[in-house]
Write a protein that binds this ligand. Structure first.
Ligand SMILES: NC(=O)c1ccc[n+]([C@@H]2O[C@H](COP(=O)([O-])OP(=O)(O)OC[C@H]3O[C@@H](n4cnc5c(N)ncnc54)[C@H](OP(=O)(O)O)[C@@H]3O)[C@@H](O)[C@H]2O)c1
Length: 368
């Protein structure tokens, strides 16, 4: 009988969960993939060899069943409200099931008094996990995913516009990681807990890029000129509500607006890029242009066409007529927990300390 552990992957149909599952299976692990529903994505995971578990991640009874017979798990809260609820359920079930090791997907920005409720919840969840005497933890805290830029790829492909609220066009403020590279770091820690227990990793792409660099990379992949347009936060809320495939709830949009503010403040550039993808994930981090080319290969509808151009113009008009969100109202209507003196990440000394450059001695320890 195999002695390899069984590993639970939550959010297995999501951006990182799909790749964590696939890469674990490639390395011979037994994987139980927790999905919300069966569909083409779960079929793909099943065909690759995963055991599919359908359930609600916010139901403790489902999470308990999902963890039966499992030794390790990937904790990935969906980008949705109530992440502390999800994380608490996960932690309780992991504790009861006496898991030996978990790998959490946290946030680069995670800090104690952050203006984003989602981020404060991630911060608290990380502390709760550290308190567990039963399982060890590896934290993976990526910044702004490369995938976020791909939400506006349709408009770049058909109208030559890369529109996001990222501030000045020439400031290098993010080294975007691919979903696959983030997954490689998660998988390394799941496969070898002894080497990675207690560690925190910040996977990034290879290069710090400006909005102009992102637009140029999209342009090279698309074979057309793409121009960056800095839009207002108000316009971003309209676009996130109006355009598929994002389909974000109002609650999520209110938090994404705070992350865009962090982007403009340069928080994702603090000591980025890192070499965690190479040193931990064991692969060269993928450049942004290659990520775009891969997405284009999966989306033939992004090739130049009259229909595509027409649909982009309709999308543009839909954005223009969609009402903007009053972000403060969204939070107060939902009774979001408020704190009196919120602080962005760089205003928090502990956060700055935790994002300091990694010392050569620490790096040597990581790789031995
Ligand atoms: N995007 C970024 O730039 C960024 C940066 C740093 C950290 N993060 C963190 O990344 C995490 C999200 O990871 P991700 O992007 O890999 O995930 P994701 O793509 O948001 O996937 C979430 C998955 O969970 C499923 N799901 C949602 N609600 C569920 C429920 N109640 N029960 C069962 N399944 C449910 C969704 O199913 P369906 O697809 O069927 O709806 C989806 O497949 C968040 O915690 C966020 O804080 C994101």
């Amino acid at each position: 009988m195999s002695t390899l552990p069984k590993i639970l992957v939550t959010s297995a149909s999501g951006k990182t969960g799909m790749h964590v599952t696939a890469q674990l299976l490639q390395r011979g692990a037994h994987v139980r993939a927790f999905v919300r529903k069966t569909d083409a994505r779960s079929e793909r995971l099943k065909r690759a060899g995963a055991e599919i578990f359908v359930g609600n991640q916010y139901a403790l009874s489902d999470m308990r069943r999902a963890m039966r017979g499992v030794q390790r798990a990937y904790q990935c809260a969906p980008t949705a409200p109530n992440s502390l609820h999800f994380n608490a359920i996960f932690s309780v079930a992991a504790h009861e099931a006496r898991l030996e090791h978990i790998v959490t997907l946290g946030q680069w920005l995670s800090s104690v008094d952050h203006p984003s409720l989602f981020t404060r919840e991630v911060y608290i969840a990380d502390l709760l996990n550290e308190m567990s005497p039963k399982y060890s933890v590896t934290s993976v805290i990526p910044g702004w995913f490369a995938d976020n830029y791909l939400m506006v790829l349709d408009m770049a492909a058909h109208l030559g516009l890369f529109a996001m609220p990222l501030g000045r066009k020439d400031e290098r403020k993010n080294a975007p990681p691919s979903n696959e590279d983030i997954a490689s770091v998660v998988v390394a820690a799941l496969m070898d807990p002894t080497a990675h227990a207690g560690k925190t990793y910040r996977p990034t792409g290879p290069d710090l890029m400006s909005p102009d660099d992102i637009a140029a990379a999209m342009g090279r992949a698309l074979g057309r000129s793409v121009k960056y347009v800095s839009i207002s936060e108000k316009m971003m809320t309209k676009a996130l509500r109006a355009l598929p495939p994002a389909n974000y709830s109002e609650a999520a949009v209110s938090q994404l607006a705070i992350y865009a503010e962090e982007y403009r403040r340069g928080s994702f550039a603090i000591n980025a890029p890192t070499d965690d993808v190479l040193k931990v994930g064991g692969r060269l981090p993928e450049g942004f242009e290659s990520i775009v080319r891969r997405r284009l290969a999966e989306r033939p509808d992004l090739r130049p066409s009259l229909a595509g151009r027409l649909s982009a113009v309709i999308g543009f008009t839909k954005v223009a007529i969609t009402p903007a969100l009053d972000l403060n109202k969204v939070q107060s209507d939902r009774d979001y927990v408020q704190i009196s003196r919120p602080k962005f990440s760089q205003e928090t000394p502990d956060w700055l300390k935790s994002h300091a450059p990694i010392k050569a001695t620490d790096m040597a320890q990581r790789t031995t």
